[in-house]
Ligand binder design. Structure first.
Ligand code: ZN
Ligand code: FE
Length: 252
């Protein structure tokens, strides 16, 4: 399984997945037709489109790509009326194949009420859309803070060496937020310099790994005593910390 990053719009990432043996070409969240079409030119085909959620900056390439390549579009059953051109209605915890590759859908409501992530368990790769970002998480638009907290915990339970491909290049601003409430985190400081170097060269900060995120992403560290202290919420439960951080980040 080869994953190629397709930068789209101002800060979106669409992803091209290629599997050689079955010669299968797929795209996760085609944000725009042009950039995706350019990326699949060398294959002259697009078998599948996988959508994490219905927002325009994740599905805008759907119809034009489907029209040109006759691709099959996968989306969550709850979003069957909002994902353009949807063909296959996925369910939570369902396994599906694209060529030789098998993925599992994990339902992660919060950002939207129909958000899913695609977990390729054999390769240990997850496409997290706008639920988990590097050093951040998505805004809560259609769900509750509790939904988002639980959804992040589902992702958190995957193997630590899982590679994470998310929907946006938000890492730098997320980093600034993490640094302001998790000042003494040595792993975060180290990641900060890695990020600066990549961005300086114009490179994506993606993929990241779950193990790295658990050490540095403040939204996955809500049980950390230092963070609780920085918020003056020493006796609060993890979920309250999450909620407070999400509010703070919304106005950061
Ligand atoms: Zn979104
Ligand atoms: Fe988005």
């Amino acid at each position: 399984m080869k994953v190629e990053i397709i930068p789209c719009l101002s800060d979106n990432y669409s992803y091209l997945i290629y599997e050689k043996n079955s010669n299968t070409v797929s795209i996760v969240d085609p944000a725009e037709f042009k950039a995706c079409d350019e990326a699949i030119k060398k294959f002259k085909k697009l078998d599948f489109i996988l959508n994490t959620h219905h927002h325009a900056d994740h599905v805008d390439g759907n119809l034009e790509l489907k029209k040109k390549y006759n691709s099959k579009i996968f989306g969550f059953e709850l979003d069957k009326d909002r994902i353009p051109g949807i063909d296959v209605f996925l369910k939570d915890n369902q396994k599906h194949k694209i060529g030789n590759l098998e993925f599992e859908t994990i339902f992660v409501p919060g950002h939207t009420r129909g958000h899913i992530v695609f977990y390729f368990h054999n390769e240990k790769i997850v496409f997290t859309g706008d639920t988990l970002f590097s050093l951040g998480c998505g805004r809560v638009f259609e769900g509750t803070h509790r939904d988002m907290f639980k959804s992040l915990n589902k992702i958190k339970s995957l193997p630590l060496n899982t590679q994470i491909y998310c929907g946006h290049e938000y890492t730098k601003s997320n980093l600034n937020f993490c640094l302001s409430y998790d000042k003494n985190n040595i792993a975060l400081k180290k990641k900060a310099s890695d990020i600066e170097q990549k961005l300086k060269k114009g490179l994506p900060t993606i993929p990241t790994t779950l193990g790295e995120e658990i050490k540095t992403n403040i939204f996955l560290r809500c049980d950390d005593p230092g963070i609780k202290k920085a918020l003056n919420l020493e006796v609060s439960h993890e979920e309250e910390i999450f909620s407070k951080l999400r509010d703070l980040k919304d106005s950061f």
